[in-house]
Each structure stands twice: as C-alpha cells, then as structure tokens.
Design a binder for this molecule. Sequence first.
Ligand code: M6R
Length: 607
Amino acid sequence: MCGIFGCVLKNGDAAPIIHAALKRLEYRGYDSVGEATIHEGRLLTKKGQGKIDEVHETYNLDALPGQIGIGHTRWATHGAPSRVNAHPHTDCSGKIAVVHNGIIENFSELKKELEERGHTFQSKTDTEIIPHIIEEELERNNTLVEAVHSAVERLNGSYAIAVISVKEPGKIVCVRKESPLVIGIAEDEVYCASDIPAFLPLTNNAVIVENGELVVLSDKGYEIRKIVDKSSVTRKPEVIDWDPAMAEKQGYPHFMLKEIHEQPFCIRNTLRLQEQYLELMTTFLDRAGEVFLVACGTSYHACLAASYMFSKLAMLATHPIIASEFVEQHGRAVNIDSVVLAVSQSGETADTLDAVECARQRAATVLGLTNIIGSTLTRVARAYVCQQSHPEIGVAATKTFTSQLSVLSQLALRLAKKRGKVSHVEIEQLEEKLEQIPDIVEGLIETQEEKIKQLAKKYRDKQCFFFLGRGVSSASALEGRLKLLEIAYAPALAYPAGESKHGPIGLIEPGFPVIFVCPSDGTRKTILGNIMEMKARGASIIAVVEEGDEGIKSLADDYLEIPPGLPEILSPIPYVIPLQLFAYYMAIERGCDPDQPRNLAKSVTVK
Ligand code: M6R
C-alpha cells in the first residue's frame, strides 16, 4: 500500500529524515520510491523503481538540500511499477510536487480535459493529474491552500495527498479522504504521514486527520480546516504509547486481525474499479466457448463461489479448478475457444502460472484477477483486473478473499446484464446491495467479534471440526475450514452439506463441533435436514445464520448472526467474516502465531 511522508524542519535537511521515514513504511509493501524538496526557490526530486536501499544506492536519497520535503513509497494501482510512475509527480512547470495514497476514480476524464488544455503527462498514474490541476489553480492567483482545496473538490475516489510548491516554499498542504493521514508534532519539526510508525522515533505526539480535512504544515506548526466549509478545526495531539511493532499493526496485536478489520475499506476499493477493465473481462467471458476458473487455496475458494455467481446470474457454466490439477485434468482439452480466468492474490503462485502457461500454449485466452500489479500474472494475461486490496502481510488470506469475491460478483453481474439474463430491476437491487456490503461487514465485525472470542474459548480444545454449507455457501465452508487449520492447526473437514451423509457423518460422536454456514436462501430447507442429522448424533452445532432465523437458532448450540436481506450470491462475503475471526481467536486460544503459521509461505512459488 502506498506510504506518504512529509516534513517541515527549522534546521537541517529534510531528505535524510524522509529517507529514514520511508524505510519505516516499508512494511506496507511497495515497488518504487521517491522524494522532493524545495531549496532556494527550486523543486528538487529523486525517484526510482525498486527497494529503498537499491534506489538510495543509485541516487543517494540523502543528498537533496532543503528544509521541507515530501516522500513516497508506491504500491502500483494505475500503471506498472517503474521509475516514471514513481511519486512525487509534478506539474508542467516542475514547480509543484504531489505524493498520493489512494485511487482517483475520475482521473481519465480529468486527464483528457487537462490534455485538451495543453498539459503533458509523463506517467500512467492517476496521481499525476493532481499537480496539473493545482498548477491551473495557482495560475488563477490562488494561494497554495486555495489551489489544493479547489483541486480536491474535483477528485472522486480516495486520497491522502501531500503537496509542496515553490510558490509558497515554507508549506506542505495535505488532505485526507478515506486514505489514512496522521500528523506528528516534534519540538522544531512537523510531519505528515500515512502511518504513525513513519515518525514514531521522532515524536509520539500525533494528530489523526479526519476524512474531509485539509492540513497546512509550516514552521509555525499545523492548521486543520474542513474541506466542506473551510472552517478551522482545533485538535490537540494525542500521546501514542505504541512500540514500533504495534505501530505497524496500527495497534492490533496481529496483521491478520488488522486485515480482517480492513475488509470494509478494501471492498469499498473494489467497488471503485475502472469500468473499462471489468467490461473488457466481461466481453472475453461472454464470447468464451468454455470458462475455467483456476487458482489455489483461498483464491480457489473464491473461484468456487464465483462459479455459482456466473451460473445463477449470467447462466454461464464455468469450471472451477485447483490450479495444480489443471494440466492433468484439462490440459489437453483446453483450446482456442477456452477462457482461463486465473485468480491469484500474489500473481506469482507457481501452480497457477503453470496452468496459465499450459492454457497459453494451447491458444486459450488468459484473464487474470490479482492484487499485485506488475506480478507475472499481469504480464502474461491478455487482460487483468487488480482487486485493490492493498498488500496483505498475514499469511492467511482474509481481506484479499472478500475483495476477490467482490470483483467476481461484479463480473457476474455485468455478464448477466450483457446477456440480458436478469431483469433490470433485479440488477439494480443487486448493485444496491453490493454497495451496502462494506457497511454490513463493518457492522457485523462490531457486533459479533466479542461473541466469537468467547466461542473460541469454549471450543479451543476440540480435536476436529466439520464445516458444512450448501450451494455458494459450500465455498464459504471450505474457506472457514482452511483458515482454521492453517493458523490454529485444528484438523477440520469441509463438505457441501449434502455430501456429509455419504461418509463423513461416520466421524460424528457426541460433542463433535459442526459449523454450518446457513444463510436463508434456497438451500435453507435442505440444510435444516442436515443440521437435524448431525444433531441426532450428538454433534455440537454452531450456525452462522441470518438474524431472525429462529428455526435454525433453536437447533444450534451456538450461533453467529448476519444481517438479513442479503442476496444469495453476495452472501459469501459477509458469511466468511465470522469464520475468519473464529480461526483467528482459536489460534490465539491455542497459543499459535496467526501471522506466521508453520510450514507456510505467503506466496508459494514452487510447484
Ligand atoms: O497468491 P495466491 O492467491 O495465488 O495464493 C494462493 C494460496 O497459496 C493462498 O490462498 C493460501 O492458501 C493462503 N495461505 C490461504 O490463507
């Protein structure tokens, strides 16, 4: 995830401080780095692709004069990782520099308008439009604050930006909308940053900038005002007593828990995906003779859920395949009419890339869904879409799973629309529900987390677990099982519930915990039967159930509730959240480190 930093000093040079602060933001993940300072009326910049140490070795990041400056670690969202796409970005005159974390949704329109007025662009980023808009505003004799204010009023999307200009060389103007921004206050220095660890060794006095606020940093300190009415805001610094390790996790004890809590934000991001990429993917899917959904682990579970979405909404039959089996199972059958949609958070999983290579050799069309722009998958796919979850540090995939589901459901919806398979009214209702999912997820984490903690205490010593679901929920059941076994080392089985009586039920004895994922959809009636079967054999039933489903609640020993009214095909997004939290708290109860499960790597690059 991009990291921004800026500082105004009374003495000394800003560059070494920016360099050190960017090093402290490295944990967020990045592919390129850059900085800009102002010295004797000139704007000076340095940037490069690669790790900070590599860029420093080539360009010496400390050797820029000037007491004021901004810096950035870039994690590509628009435009591949490269020197030219690295921040800071500047205007035509080279007098304004901007660093940005977030996504500008309407950048294509704004860029077109700016080009028509004669602006020239160097990069493929969404960010570069910002200095050019500010340039125009400054030409209208606005102050820097007024210019930034007017510029951000034209931006849709999410952003934390920091701006410097030679026109007012003693100031950094920064603004926050959704993307994080904090201010650090030291005796002779002020800082702005994406995250507290950036300045924690320099000061533990921090001011959290709220959404829709603009902040001016200068040698006099900081001033906050609201974008909406320009009114000034008084906010005193708070003392941060986190140690550096806690600070990286924003106060959460583990990255996994932080990432579970980030899901509303990440899903909101995926709802902002560029229309043209989704449209292109949909066109390929629509024309395909057959579609394979290929992935490993959690990404495979997203594919499995997607196969229900494509079938139910767009009436497209797809084959979800575990990537390591693809060559053996379908290698000879795949052909020029096939589309292979490869789903991989990292874009580097060897088994997935192997399947993709096989498909390419047989002239199939390869599409990609990944979290990492610049990954191998983005280079080999005919078209790809980035799921915009930002880096995931925990080995267990959580936020990247729900983002994948959100992208795949958007693709299924578009395809349904294109094929005229679902009425306009239904499409609109589904789109409306999809927009509500981030809030629903936020609410359910808030209401269910404490209960899940207690549940983990109750079941911590159980030897083995069952996860059962029907229809699209069988994918959620599989994912809940994977989370529990990979981080809490609890042996667990997962099946489509209907299959349980064809063998697995033999394991059931009194007290055996069976987790049912049972939304009130078309499968409810039959899953009720499966619950009864398990109950009759003495199983302990834990149901993830719709609020108000008294029938299932009365059969369950324990239940976790999900808000009602969710369409079936979107249900895996909220229904998997309690399972992620259950796995996390089980790991804690069993004394396991959820961020570093044994024998596992974040990216599996061997076959
Ligand atoms: O990067 P990918 O999505 O291709 O990774 C696939 C699997 O290795 C990954 O989902 C793995 O199963 C996770 N540890 C699950 O939490």
